[in-house]
Write a protein that binds this ligand. Structure first.
Ligand code: BES
Ligand code: ZN
Length: 879
């Protein structure tokens, strides 16, 4: 594993491989102890490859058994093979076939990359570089081959045998003990999309008729007994398939589409061609065990992996630097799908919230990197919020910049021009430059430059002259390795909100290009002048969050309150409330740190009361407005010398002040919203529950509140309300929380996915002794360090979502995380590295905590051996 440490991969060094692999025949013999893999690769020298150029294949932890060239065993001196590489010294200068046998031990593969076992089921995970843990290969995304896979396994242990494509043969040995299946995938693909599954699984089948009338068989495989919990996933899949036909004109291209749910999985899900493999948390749902959020997550992830069939599989990435080409674009597509399926405004606000907590945080610390990086040491560490969330935002920004029609035409051009290819970001952007007839070279700066641009806006209005002036400056703070930044093109969607809430249309605009309601900011400074504006207006800027920037405007509280009440753009209304709350919370944090009593402003509280009761507004939207910025948001706003405890105290004080002022009205409202309609996980139902439960969070802070919350807990007939009540009790620090936790555990002890929620609830509890509780829970029988979902629920939630407890002033949280990272490193380095990235905010802490965090990072770095994954994260954090 240490082989990568120190080895940098650079975009500038890209070269095609000297040989192409045209076809791959894989033969798996699965046995309990050992698995024999025979791979036959049909190779061809690429045009221009000098005769005799050595062929170097990637491996990772492989045991070679034998090699043949065109069927003849190779002499020992003709090749070199180690665990991590295979070299054929002098390959023929013509097409040839290389047959390589390797032995694997899937049961011992705790890294969950390559071929491993999850609760007895054999399964694979090959992205990004897992295929080389199965056989020696040119394991990179620009090597596209046609795969045929034969699997032979014990019929009893593995009645189900699956691989990519269509099943072309199957049979059982004479004694009935072993059987086999052969699968053929006609679509050339990179090795990271290979998949194979063998096990004893239940199956649910459905079908889908494409718009050209082809019938596609749909199958979801789960552990026996879980079949009834797949209904929502299957429905989501069919809706996603239809949506991609209707909105992007993309049809499915095989006769069968399969999803397999497994319990041990490092990620959420994987888009292997025709055989998606999922973390079971994104497949299984019923009202008693899944929340509204889980249902939305399943719908989204099913759609995401399905959408990859075109954006990722049919058109793949030339190299891993282009990862956002498939991930950013596919996230954009799944966001659009969810927006169409639910409320667009609510979805947008949720996505922006995620962008800020995850990506803005990443972008402002030592792990900041461009959406299209130019160097990496360990590719697994680049599946980040920047690649995914900012990558998706850039597509949305591009769409705002060139308009809907040019965007749609550019997508069509991309699909037509690059189908079957391994493409780059430049290839992608070129399609839009062509469809829009615009030079998009400046837009590529967004992909090369890390950091979040900051737009500073000052406005002045001469009503008599009808002239509104906006002085807009943009600057991007330095990030590691990029001290100097260039301006980027920022489409600012805008409106000038008049006294009656309607947009006032200026007679002329100068100082920046304007198309429709988009102001094109391109330089470091713009003075934008609006003429013919005689009414009092409040500028509403960055509507719909039209670009991933920080907007610092000089609007005062009165203007923000006005936008919260009147803006026609729901995002800006929500943003106005967030901005007001953030201003209060920063001031309150300073007061706490200075030993003073923090006070909230009356205007915000009154406005929250009005929004809460505004029946004309979507309940889900009202819930979002009532949810205060998180502790991480406040920390980012403060920026440096952060005291997470003071932030938590200030935030709790604001919550209490809101509850004290509005409690009675919230009670009346919550009672009026109560419903005994049966549970439906749709936008309307989940919106109503979100509002009731958000109100409940405040009500629990009032006298008698916890007792009522416990009654609500007991009365809940679905997981959403039950978990919300339990979490509310924990957040309120109420003794009733213990009763709910005990009941929840007993009720859901047999369901690991529900136990995950129980772990998260305890890991995110406020209070000084949460760390001790987390440590105790690591020894609970329901917990296991071998299962990534358990680890993320307990330890990931504690370190990432409980800043005050993780950043305990005595440094015990840091020591605990370092212990866990070091312990996990030798077994599952990807998971260990993800956990270690919780240290990424350490430099912004106040000096005492900063020193303690640094000491623990250094303790991890000093360990030898240490995986490339963790080495990369800690060295960048310290760098
Ligand atoms: N291709 C990824 C899964 C993946 C990532 C595999 C990294 C191996 C290494 C998949 O398409 C994906 O992006 N999954 C996300 C969920 C998605 C809805 C954003 C995930 O697993 O978190
Ligand atoms: Zn993806």
């Amino acid at each position: 594993m240490l082989r990568h440490a120190g080895t940098a991969v650079r975009l500038a060094d890209y070269q095609p491989t000297p040989y192409a692999i045209d076809t791959v025949e894989l033969d798996f013999r699965l046995q309990p102890q050992t698995t024999r893999v025979t791979a036959t690769l049909a190779l061809t020298p690429r045009p221009g490859t000098p005769a005799g150029t050595p062929l170097t294949l990637d491996g990772d932890d492989l045991r070679l058994v034998s090699v043949r060239l065109d069927g003849t065993p190779l002499a020992a001196e003709a090749f070199e093979a180690g665990p991590d590489t295979f070299v054929l010294k002098v390959p023929p200068a013509r097409p040839f076939r290389l047959t390589i046998e390797t032995d694997l031990d899937p049961a011992a593969n705790a890294a969950l990359s390559g071929l491993y076992q999850s609760r007895g089921t054999w399964c694979t995970q090959c992205e990004a570089e897992g295929f080389r843990r199965i056989t020696y290969f040119l394991d990179r995304p620009d090597v596209l081959a046609v795969y045929t896979t034969r699997i032979e396994a014990p019929a009893g242990a593995a009645p189900v045998l699956l691989a990519n494509g269509n099943r072309v043969a199957a049979g059982t040995a004479a004694d009935g003990a072993t059987h086999f299946a052969v699968w053929h995938d006609p679509w050339p693909k990179p090795s990271y999309l290979f998949a194979m599954v063998a096990g004893d699984l239940g199956m649910v089948e459905d079908s889908f008729v494409t718009r050209t009338g082809r019938e596609v068989t749909l199958r979801i495989y789960v552990e026996h007994g879980n079949e009834p919990r797949t209904a929502f996933a299957m429905d989501s899949l069919k809706r996603a398939m239809r949506w991609d036909e209707e909105v992007f004109g993309r049809e499915y291209d095989l006769d069968i589409f399969m999803i397999v749910a497994v319990s041990d999985f490092n990620m959420g899900a994987m888009e292997n061609k025709g055989l998606n493999i999922f973390n079971d948390k994104y497949v299984l749902a019923d009202p008693d065990s899944a929340t509204d959020q889980d249902y939305a997550g399943i719908e989204r992830v099913i759609a995401h992996e399905y959408f990859h069939n075109w954006t990722g599989n049919r058109i793949t990435c030339r190299d891993w630097f282009q990862l956002c080409l498939k991930e950013g674009l596919t996230v954009f597509r799944d966001q659009e799908f969810s927006s169409d399926a639910r409320s667009r405004a609510v979805k947008r606000i949720g996505d922006v919230r995620l962008l800020r907590t995850a990506q803005f945080a990443e972008d402002s610390g030592p792990l900041a990197h461009p959406v299209r990086p130019e160097i990496y040491h360990e590719i697994n560490n680049f599946y980040t919020a920047t690649i995914y969330e900012k990558g998706a935002e850039l597509i949305r920004t591009l769409k705002a910049l060139i308009g809907e029609a040019a965007f749609a035409a550019g997508m069509d051009l991309y699909f037509a021009r690059h189908d079957g290819e391994a493409a780059t970001i430049e290839d992608f952007i070129a399609c839009f430059a062509e469809s829009a007839g615009r030079d998009l070279a400046p837009f590529l700066v967004w992909y090369r430059q890390a950091g979040t641009p900051r737009l500073t806006v000052r406005h002045s209005h001469d009503r008599a002259a009808g002239r509104l002036v906006l002085d807009i400056a943009q600057a991007t703070p330095p990030t590691p390795g990029q001290p100097d930044k260039q301006p980027v093109p920022v489409p600012v969607r805008f409106g000038l909100v008049g006294p009656d809430g309607r947009d006032v249309v200026p007679s002329a605009i100068s100082g920046a290009e304007v198309t429709g309601d988009v102001l094109h900011i391109t330089a470091a400074q713009h003075r934008v002048v609006f003429e013919g504006v005689h009414e009092a207006v409040v500028p509403s800027l960055l509507r719909g969050f039209s670009a991933p920037v920080v907007l610092a405007s000089d609007l005062g509280p009165a203007d923000r309150l006005f936008l919260l009440a009147h803006d026609s753009d729901p995002f800006c209304r929500w943003e106005a409330a967030q901005g007001l709350a953030l201003t209060d919370l920063v001031a309150m944090t300073q007061a706490v740190a200075a030993g003073q009593k923090p006070a909230a402003s009356a205007g915000l509280i009154a406005a929250l009361g009005t929004v809460a009761e505004d029946a004309a507004l979507d309940p889900a939207f009202r819930a979002l407005v009532l949810q205060l910025p998180g502790e991480g948001d406040i920390a980012r706003e403060i920026g440096h010398d952060i005291d997470p405890a003071a932030i938590a105290t200030a935030r709790a004080a604001l919550k209490q002040a809101i509850a004290d002022a509005l409690g009675e009205r919230f009670r009346t409202l919550a009672d009026a919203l109560a419903s005994n309609a049966p549970y439906v996980p749709d936008a309307a139902g989940s919106g109503r529950r979100a509002l009731v439960n958000t109100l409940g969070d405040y009500l629990a802070l009032l006298p008698g509140g916890p007792q009522r919350t416990l009654l609500a807990y007991r009365a809940a007939d679905n997981m959403t309300d039950r978990l919300a009540a339990m979490t509310t009790l924990i957040a309120a620090g109420a003794p009733e929380a213990e009763t709910a936790l005990a009941d929840f555990h007993d009720r859901h002890r047999a369901d690991p996915l529900a136990i995950d929620k129980w772990l998260v609830a305890q890991a995110t509890a406020p209070g000084g002794d949460t760390l001790e509780a987390v440590e105790r829970l690591t020894r609970h029988p329901a917990f296991s360090f071998a299962n990534p979902n358990r680890v993320r629920s307990l330890i990931g939630a504690f370190t990432m979502s409980n800043p005050a407890a993780f950043n305990r002033p005595d440094g015990a949280g840091y020591r605990f995380l370092a212990d866990v990272v070091l312990d996990l490193d030798s077994r599952n380095p990807q998971l260990a590295a993800r956990l270690a990235s919780a240290f990424r905010t350490w430099r912004a802490l106040e000096s005492g905590r900063r020193a303690l965090a640094e000491a623990q990072l250094k303790r991890i770095a000093a360990r030898s051996p240490l995986s490339a994954d963790v080495t990369d994260i800690v060295s960048r954090c310290l760098g």
